[in-house]
Each structure stands twice: as C-alpha cells, then as structure tokens.
Design a protein around this ligand. Structure first.
Ligand code: GAP
Length: 531
C-alpha cells in the first residue's frame, strides 16, 4: 500500500538521510532542502531514467546545459518580467504574507480578516552582477530552464542539422521566490527542472501534444507510478500561463495533499521563438508578441519542402524533480506486518496512545493548529490498528508532539513492536534504488567471512555502475530491515558454506525469498534484474 500521509515520507527521509532541511545548523532557510547520501542516489537515478528515455532512446532529441544567469533581456522578451507574478496579501494583524489565492478572506495563520488588498509580486530572484551595485547591474536567477533552450535554438539547429520535428532537453536548477514554500519538497524556492522543448510544424501541434502526453504517461508508469494515481487536467483557458495555447497538467494523488500538479505539458505555439526573434514582421507569427529591437538572431527554420522560413510551434513537457522524488517515495512506500502482534501487545499501545491524545487535548502549551492536527491524525490511527501502528512514528514527528511527556512512553512501547512485527519497505523499481545490493558477512568478527564479503562488494561495484555496499553493523535480520526501508532490491549474505563452495544467499526485497547462488553468477543475475 502506498504512503497514506506526507509525514510517513518526511519521517523516512529524515530518519534514513534522503533529505535534510537546507542550512539546518543555522536554523534552516525556508523552501530549501539538501539531498543526503541516499537522496542524491535516488535523484541521480530518476534524472538518468528521464534522460535515457527522452534523449538516448529517441531519434529526434538533443540535450543542452545552459547558464543559470542570463541576460536580463531574456526575461523581458519571455514575458516573465511582466507576468511571472503571484498576487500577494499581507495580514496586518500577525504580519504574515500569503498568496491571495490561498487566503479566503481570513489569515490562515491567525484568522484575522484585517488583510491588505492583493498586489503583484514577481517571483524571480535577483542577484547582483559585478562589483558595482546600481539599479542596472543585476540578473535574475532563471525561474525555468526553458528559455536557455529557446535562445539557443539557432545554435542547435546550425550545429546539428536537425529537421523538424525535433526537441531539445535540459535538466538544471530553477529558482522561484515562492511566497509560501510548503509541503516539504512539493513547493520550494530552488529545484531541479527537467524540461523538453519539442519543435513541430505549425498545424501539427495538437497531434504532438497528444503524443507527448501519452509518452510522458508511459514514463511515469516505467518509474513505478500507478496510472490510477495520475490524472490529466486540461487547464481551463482563463488559467493558462501567458505563453500557453493549451496545457495538460498531470496530477498525482499525493498522500495528505490529494491530486496536485506533478508535470505540465504545454502547447506554447510560436510565442517564445517569435518573442526572442529579430525581423518579427517577416515571420508571419501566430502568437501575439512584443516588438523586439534587441535580438540579433532570426529564430526561424528553413523548410526545404516549401522553400520558406517558418517559426516552429512548441510542445513543452516540464517537471520538477522534487515532486517526482516525493511521488516515487510515496508510491513505493509500504508498512508491512510480517508477523501479527498479539491482542495483548496491541492493547498496551492502544492504552498509551489514548493517554497521549488525552494529554494533547488538555495541553495549553500547544498552538491550536498543532493540537488539532495531532488529534486528527491520532484518531485516524486509533481507528486503523494494528495496520496503522507504524504511523505512530510519524505522529510523534508532528509539530508539538515533542512537548507531550507521554510521547516518550509511547515511543518506548512502539519500537519493540515495530522491530518484531513490522517492516517498512520501499518497493522501488530496481533501476531507481539508491543501493542495488548490500553484502553482509554472517559474522563480523570472522576474518574469512569479512574478507570474502568485502571482495564481493568490490568486484560487483567495479563490474558495473551498480551501487553496492558492505555492512556488518548489526545482526543479519536487522541489516535486512535497514535495506528494505531504503529500497535495496538484493541482500547477499556470506556464510560458512560460502567459504567452501563460493556461493552466497541472495535475498529478494519484495518476496523476502532467499536462494543460493554461485558468486561468479552474481554480476549477470543482478544486472538483468536491475536494468
Ligand atoms: N517551463 C514551464 C514551467 O516552468 P511550471 O508549471 O511553472 O512550467 C513546471 O513548472 C514544473 O515544475 C511543475 O509541473 C512542477 O513539477 C515543478 N514546480 C513548479 N514550481 C515548483 C516549486 N515551487 N517547487 C517545486 N516544484 C515546482
């Protein structure tokens, strides 16, 4: 079963080092996160899968990597200086700031109705260029990677001799000064973007829009996202971005949040190439663009069949890595009962949980929102025991829980039950798993076992790009659980028989089944299952 709450994911990420709050030791920086040792592996594997599918496995794509800092004119002619704005309101009572569409007449923080009128707020970050700070010496941090592709259209065309239709893919950082970053990685101020600009003959854009929608849905399924947790949202005309003719948003059913945008697939017409082009009058543009006296290039395509210059239309699939990362974790998350706990053991936890929630209800130290959240989550867990027992861990991680004395007792009761009866497992697609195989010696103080286990780990690592680790820091059962929780598809155990016949046991993460296998057969066996 996928994760049911965002807290389960946040708690796992923190516990196992997938993601850390940015600048944590200085109190953090809102809307920024750092990817830890496992997070960077999962992230790189997602990026790799996207690049492989969209660049290497197609005949019609090129890649590019453009600068984050760009001439300010890029953002003038892209329309971002004028239109990349959110309406902002201030609460005069508690001084908090909100996006106007997140406020329904009352401040979400203090409930006051004393709010300012909405005013536009541009979400692009500015940074100073060069040593002299004057009003003209700044650049924006790019809010999307797309413009780096458009302004290089003529360069790519000239150096690759591509024919329409073809596309350019780019992965890189984007920055947005979000008024209210929230929901963990879902809305942040700095994030990796994965974008494709696909150039087509005018008149064929609807067909290509549909094809890209289908291609993208296929990719989401290839990384383990169930089709029934994705929805296609045909964005109403009045909500379209300034450049869009039509946009399909893909929505994912996130735990706690429900269906929210994970990717946008926009039909951008000839707006961008037209806006950045010189000689606009001669191009017969379909989009309405501002005159451009600054550009030095004509961003058109010479069509040999008709012997004329045309400006291609564009289909743009665009996604943020963080939202994908969250969906992949949520989708593969599973708290499994491996051995049913006795009624007696459950009753003990039920009593302490009830006492904890009673204490939450009576506590005067807790802010109203924290109290309400704890009571709501606690009631949902109480009604779904014993399956929901592991969710108590996430409950204890909610704001305010650490102020309730009984929390410690609850945690104390819970841990042995979880250790004995449950396992958290990430059923990640093997090609996404941060670690592909973990090698354990049956005994950590036996030189022969340790040395063979280390040898296996080194030879597997050098045989391919499969990240393989050695671990001897606990009993085998505990080591299995630890790898299950981070989605390692295979655990290899070196025992005394291994020293005699050069075989190991291979344990499968999902079925927990074990089989014996010659060490020499491991590289091919693992490579086949991980590819
Ligand atoms: N070039 C098109 C473009 O930028 P967008 O819908 O604004 O389109 C694309 O952004 C994707 O980037 C979204 O579908 C979402 O996955 C991600 N995204 C946007 N803003 C984000 C934020 N503040 N935090 C995390 N991801 C974000």
């Amino acid at each position: 079963m996928p994760a049911t709450t965002m807290e389960q994911i946040v708690s796992l990420c923190k516990r196992r080092g997938f993601v850390f709050p940015g600048s944590e030791i200085y109190g953090g920086l809102q809307g920024t996160y750092d990817y830890g040792p496992l997070g960077v592996e999962l992230k790189n594997n997602i990026l790799d899968s996207w690049w492989r599918t969209n660049v290497y496995e197609r005949d019609d794509m090129e890649g590019i990597d453009t600068a984050i800092l760009m001439n300010r004119l890029v953002w003038k002619y892209s329309g971002h200086e004028e239109t990349f704005v959110d309406p902002l309101v201030d609460c005069r009572n508690c001084k908090s700031r909100w996006r106007a569409d997140h406020v329904h007449g009352r401040c979400p923080n203090c409930d006051s109705t004393d709010l300012t009128e909405p005013r536009p707020f541009n979400m692009m970050f500015k940074t100073q260029i060069g040593p002299i700070a004057d009003s003209d010496s700044f650049a924006y941090l790019r809010p999307e990677t797309a413009q780096g592709i458009f302004v290089n259209f003529a360069n790519v065309l000239a150096t690759t001799s591509r024919k329409l239709p073809f596309g350019i893919a780019q992965i890189g950082k984007g920055f947005r000064n979000e008024i209210n970053p929230r929901n963990f990685l879902f809305r942040v101020r700095e994030f990796d973007m994965l974008e494709i600009e696909y150039f087509v003959y005018p008149g064929t854009e609807d067909e290509w829009h549909q094809r890209w929608l289908e291609d993208r849905l296929r990719w989401w399924q290839s990384i383990g996202i169930a089709r029934d947790r994705l929805k296609i949202y045909d964005v109403p005309r009045e909500d379209l971005a300034h450049y869009s003719k039509r946009t399909f948003d893909l929505l994912y059913d996130y735990p706690t949040l429900g269906f929210e945008e994970i990717e946008g697939i926009a039909s951008r017409s000839d707006f961008d190439l037209g806006s950045h082009s010189r000689d606009q009058g001669a191009l017969g543009l379909a989009a309405k663009v501002n005159p451009n006296p600054h550009s030095t290039a004509r961003l058109s395509y010479f069509d040999q069949a008709t012997n004329r210059h045309i400006v291609p239309f564009v289909i743009e699939p665009s996604m943020g890595l963080g939202r994908c990362f969250l969906a992949v974790l949520a989708e593969s998350y599973d708290d499994q009962i491996v051995k049913a706990p006795s009624a007696e053991k459950i009753a003990t936890v039920v009593d302490v949980l009830a006492a904890f929630l009673k204490s939450v209800g009576k506590s005067e130290k807790l802010p109203d929102q924290a109290r309400a959240d704890l009571l709501e989550r606690g009631a949902a867990i109480s009604g779904a025991l014993p399956e929901a027992l592991p969710q108590i861990e996430a409950l204890l991680g909610l704001p305010g829980a650490d102020q309730i004395e009984l929390g410690k007792k609850l945690r104390g009761q819970l841990q042995p039950l979880l250790d004995e009866h449950f396992r958290t497992v990430l059923h990640l697609q093997p090609h996404l798993a941060p670690i592909k195989a973990a090698v354990f010696p049956l005994k950590r103080n036996h030189e022969g076992l340790v040395s063979l286990a280390k040898q296996i780990r080194t030879s597997l690592q050098s045989a391919g790009r499969m990240r393989t680790i050695y671990d001897d820091t606990g009993a085998i059962g505990k080591l299995y659980r630890r790898q299950d929780e981070i989605g390692t598809p295979f655990c290899l155990t070196v025992d005394f028989q291994s020293l005699e016949d050069q075989t190991v046991t291979v344990r499968d993460r999902d079925t927990m089944a074990q089989e014996r296998m010659p060490i020499a057969a491991l590289p091919a066996y693992l490579a086949e299952r991980i590819a």
